[in-house]
Design a protein around this ligand. Sequence first.
Ligand code: NAD
Length: 258
Amino acid sequence: MGDARFDFDGETVAVTGGSSGIGRAIALAFGAAGATVLNGDVRPDPKVGDVPTHRHIREEGGDAEFLETDVSDPEQLLALADRAAELGGLDVFVNNAGVFEDVPFLGADEATLDGHYSVNVKGVYFGCQAAARHMVDGRGAIVNVASISSRVAQGGLVHYEASKGAVEMVTRGVAFELAGEGVRVNAVAPGIVPTELYEGYSERYRTEEERDELVKPIPMGRPGTPEEVADAALFLASDAAGYTTGETLFVDGGWMVI
Ligand code: NAD
């Protein structure tokens, strides 16, 4: 018999940036666990191959929808949360959408910082607010996607690292404010996970030796998969994490223990 705490049957889950990579894996995992899934992304199609996430979930017998959403616009996040509520009451909101560009500190300009902050920080902040407006006085879970970059500097990424550091603190601050309202807020922090976003970064790592260099700091000696991150997100959203809030769960093959 399965564990009912990981059964999301009858629940509505909104995921931002659910068309590709980690967000897609999270959306598919919730769909497989019985949830009605709403994907809010700037594009319905995955960056690489395959059918759109909502269609994939439907083909597997589940319920899912796509709503075009740019998370840098708080109004569009509110519309996403409103639509999820219409689909049966918003239970889980995953702030996953993020952007990532490799720019050396001395070459970065105001647009570099603004571009990363408008999606990675503003998108998460107002995503939490939009979700909480439907969840207060009830039950709900918010899961934000942080990064090892929330704590570890790697070079060429100060703008991204600063934005992901902020995601961790938004998670803690919102968790504190909503703890008495029955809403838990946590973050999952992936290490290196080959996805479409990671491909830009991996241009620095074209040869096998360069790729070995990239995984060197990982005690487990390999990158993670989007599905491994999705499993952690499901745990944080589930009743199995019922007394956990304000936490950041690293899914990084042990990187943070060094
Ligand atoms: P990805 O590029 O494969 O997917 C990102 C998705 O977000 C895409 O579908 C894209 O269309 C969407 N998106 C981008 N801007 C958006 C916007 N303004 N509004 C709505 N949707 C938008 O990236 P990924 O690797 O799956 O990354 C997902 C999250 O995981 C990001 O927050 C990223 O920072 C984080 N992360 C990734 C890694 C990694 O190694 N891949 C590591 C740590 C953290």
